[in-house]
Ligand binder design. Structure first.
Ligand SMILES: Nc1ncnc2c1ncn2[C@@H]1O[C@H](COP(=O)(O)OP(=O)(O)OP(=O)(O)O)[C@@H](O)[C@H]1O
Ligand SMILES: [Mg+2]
Length: 298
């Protein structure tokens, strides 16, 4: 059964019975950055493609509420989003769109903004549904928006695994540091559980990326007492922007390009290095539940 069929049959059985067949929790990997425009969505989509190539079923959750990031790069426009599931009775089968290679895609839409208006039953229903979602795929990749907002920090601290994208641009390191500082100050963040893995994107060579990581690692371990893991580099590759124009991932259009190969290496690292694997802890449901809880507090 290919991934598309697998997803469809899982979604169908869930839709009919309200139950899922498999209860194994997905790896939830949140892709984030301190600075916008550094390549989060590109890396999220291409990691998804690479996981697919290795036989994993994958769902991308676009938590960049309001912006049509992933859908533009994916060429798959969802008719409904998360908000339609919460407020308008839509089910997973309505809100999961099938992208290239059968990768599932869910748009957060402007969902989170409306969450503060939910009543207790709606909140419970949403969290219950998101927990179910986490049994529908092997891997869920959350693509976050630009900037250090409360909801971005919550997605990061709630998921077991974080991919922090940084680049050699002057403010990228300080912005990454600012994100980690804000994260470290969060109640829901536990540095023993949530491991931060860094990708150096748009570098001219490996050493530039490694140096970038080392600089960040020094200040982060000194001032925040946090450990970072070096996941790898993605070189500057014009095929990356060309593929955005063509609305298809670089891993699909130019699978042998240096950019696609570099992301393949990163995916292999995530899959094969057991130390790189974080805990499976209902990261998506936990994040949304905490965002709602904090929203209510304000
Ligand atoms: N390694 C790379 N080489 C060349 N161009 C790249 C590379 N990575 C990303 N880009 C380009 O940089 C631009 C921004 O990338 P992308 O949209 O993935 O960033 P983002 O972090 O998701 O942005 P935002 O913060 O707005 O969501 C895109 O045009 C993309 O093609
Ligand atoms: Mg993006």
């Amino acid at each position: 059964m290919d991934q598309a069929e697998k997803l469809r049959s899982m979604v169908k059985s869930q839709g009919e019975t309200g139950q899922t067949q498999s209860k194994k929790l997905a790896r939830v990997i949140t892709v984030t950055s301190g600075k916008g425009g550094v390549g989060k969505s590109s890396i999220a989509i291409n990691l998804a493609m690479q996981f697919r190539k290795k036989g994993k079923s994958v769902i991308i959750f676009d938590a960049d509420f309001g912006l049509a990031n992933i859908e533009v790069m994916f060429g798959a426009i969802p008719k409904y989003n998360l908000a339609d599931m919460i407020f308008r009775g839509k089910n997973f089968k309505d809100i999961i769109v099938e992208g290239p290679e059968g990768i599932g895609f869910i748009s957060g839409g402007s969902g989170i903004n409306g969450l503060g208006n939910m009543n207790r039953e709606q909140v419970q229903y949403l969290v219950y549904k998101l927990k179910e979602l986490e049994t529908l795929a092997d891997v869920i990749i959350i693509d976050t928006g630009a900037g250090i907002s409360d909801s971005v920090l919550e997605f990061v601290s709630s998921s077991g695994e974080v991919v922090l994208v940084t680049t050699p641009e002057p403010t990228s390191i300080t912005d990454s540091y600012a994100l980690l500082k804000a994260l470290n100050a969060r109640e829901s963040f536990d540095k023993e559980i949530c491991k931060i893995k860094v990708v150096a994107n748009r570098v001219s060579n490996f050493d530039e990326g490694k140096n970038l990581f080392s600089k960040l690692e020094v200040v982060v371990s000194k001032f925040l007492q946090l450990d970072l893991m070096f996941l790898g580099v993605v070189p500057m590759d014009m095929n990356m922007s060309k593929s955005v124009m063509q609305q298809k991932p670089i891993s699909m259009l130019y699978p042998n390009s240096t950019g696609a190969k570099a992301i393949e290496q990163i995916a292999v690292g995530l899959l094969e290095n057991k130390e790189a694997e974080g805990p499976r802890r209902n990261g998506l449901a936990r994040a949304v539940a905490n965002i709602i809880k904090n929203g209510f507090k304000k």
